[in-house]
Design a protein around this ligand. Structure first.
Ligand code: ADP
Ligand code: ZN
Length: 432
């Protein structure tokens, strides 16, 4: 169902007019209220009146993660602190976190885009949504929570973790929709098996799974192990949290709520805009945020945009699944390798489980790439020859896809620690 027909099915020309009007307003606001932007605009000789068409967007400066750090915690705020009703923060694994302030209006907009998100994913007010995203500073928990309530569904705020209790509640309360990271959905499937619970006979039917990369192959694994349609959802703290884009049941890309977020694709090396269809770095501009309006944020996420109307009736542009980040590309012996390529190759091969880690190291001035992947119980308890065959097969497939040969380590089922939030799969020990 389409939650907001007006904005989700608007003819593109009309949508672009709306975007231009909102962009002009945002540019004028940040010019007036945020010294960081005023200075960046002045350096380029830009004033609010420079923006006459959407093409003028390309003249505006980018905002990068470092700008959030340099202005930590409140330097980019565009409203007086007394209008801020909530603060969230990114996990900030490298240095200071990004602080995200919201006005009451922002919280309202967020609930609206999340209601649209869940509706687009196929959820209705009759659903019982078990929200297993982390609550707290992380935007996932409260973002989904408010969206579920706005939609009118029944929300169970279990938060991430305590997996056995999740499964008990899922059965007892008749959960129909699970919301969590793709990796945590696999942990839930695995734990249910261990408990002897068959979720295939439960009421579960839909998963709105995001916050981390998930290849098509990984989606397939999840849909095989759980009785759900696995829908991909994308968002980031710098914009609003979840609620930027989501797939519809056709799974032909994630619809971006473009009346709130203006999307571009750029060449990450030159910063030049790329046409529709070409892969590059996603750049987003907020069009309706009050507390933290952001101009041309470089997400580092790699995707492409498709403006063709979708079978679902939405006219909103669709972004393809994220195939990587500009900063997660590994350069191994001079060859560029994306972890997502490794995931796709691994999961195409039978006998391999969707649990793996990638370890990069440097030994005697030589880069090494080791892929540790769990195998199924059957493979593990079978004769050694089977393991050797599988190892050889994976080596060959990796070599032909990546162009370099990794060391493959087949490991015992359940030996890789499970996470409840975003999975950490790459360990680059070279910088240590
Ligand atoms: P942190 O992880 O630092 O707390 P965020 O939650 O804001 O911060 O993380 C946002 C990032 O998570 C995005 O820039 C993107 O790299 C990743 N991400 C979010 N959703 C998806 C998705 N559906 N597919 C792939 N990556 C995603
Ligand atoms: Zn669609």
């Amino acid at each position: 169902m389409i939650w907001n027909t007006k904005y989700e099915t608007m003819p593109r020309k009309e949508l672009e007019e709306l975007q231009l009007e909102r962009l002009k307003y945002q540019v004028a606001r940040v010019y007036e209220k945020v010294p960081f932007y005023r200075q960046a605009f002045m350096e380029r000789g830009i004033t609010p009146s420079s923006i006459r068409s959407l093409a003028d967007l390309a003249r505006l400066p980018f905002t990068v993660k470092q700008d959030f750090r340099d202005n930590y915690p409140f330097g980019l705020l565009a409203v007086p602190m007394e209008q801020v009703v909530r603060l969230h923060a990114s996990s900030g694994t490298t240095g200071k976190p990004v602080i995200a302030p919201y006005t009451a209006g922002d919280i309202n907009m967020w609930a609206e885009v999340m209601a649209r998100t869940l509706s687009c994913a196929g959820m209705t007010k009759n659903d019982i949504m078990q929200n297993a995203y982390g609550y707290g500073l992380f935007t996932g928990g409260l973002g989904f929570h408010y969206g579920g309530e706005r939609l009118g569904a029944t929300v169970i705020p279990t938060a991430a973790g305590n997996t056995k209790r999740q499964i008990m509640l899922m059965e007892d309360l008749g959960t129909t929709v699970i919301t969590c990271t793709p990796s945590y959905s696999l942990t839930i499937a695995e734990t249910a098996l261990e408990m002897g619970v068959d979720l295939k006979t439960s009421k579960l039917r839909l998963g709105v799974l995001g916050a981390e990369p998930c290849s098509e192959q990984m989606r397939q694994e999840i849909e095989n192990k759980l009785p759900i349609q696995a829908i991909d959802i994308y968002g980031l703290t710098e914009m609003v949290g979840p609620g930027v884009s989501v797939e519809c049941p056709h799974k032909l890309g994630m619809h971006i709520f473009e009346d709130n977020f203006l999307a571009e694709i750029i060449d990450p090396l030159t910063g030049e805009q790329l046409p529709y269809g070409e892969k590059g770095e996603l750049v987003l501009t907020t069009l309706t945020k009050e507390a933290l309006p952001i101009i041309r944020f470089r997400t580092k996420d790699i995707t492409s945009l498709n403006p063709e109307p979708c079978k679902c009736g939405r006219t909103l542009v669709r972004m393809s699944k994220i195939t990587g980040r500009t900063d997660d590309m590994l350069i191994i012996r001079g060859v560029n390798v994306f972890p997502s390529q490794i995931e796709s190759v691994l999961l195409e091969v039978e006998g391999v489980e969707p649990h793996y880690i990638i370890v990069v190291d440097r030994k005697r001035h030589m880069d090494t790439l080791e892929i540790q992947v769990e195998v199924s119980d059957e493979v593990f308890s079978d004769e050694a020859r089977k393991m050797e065959e599988l190892e050889k097969r994976l080596m060959e497939e990796m070599e032909s896809t990546l162009g370099i040969s990794p060391v493959i380590k087949l490991i015992e089922p359940k030996s890789i620690p499970r996470t409840v939030g975003k999975a950490k799969r790459v360990y680059d020990r070279r910088e240590l």
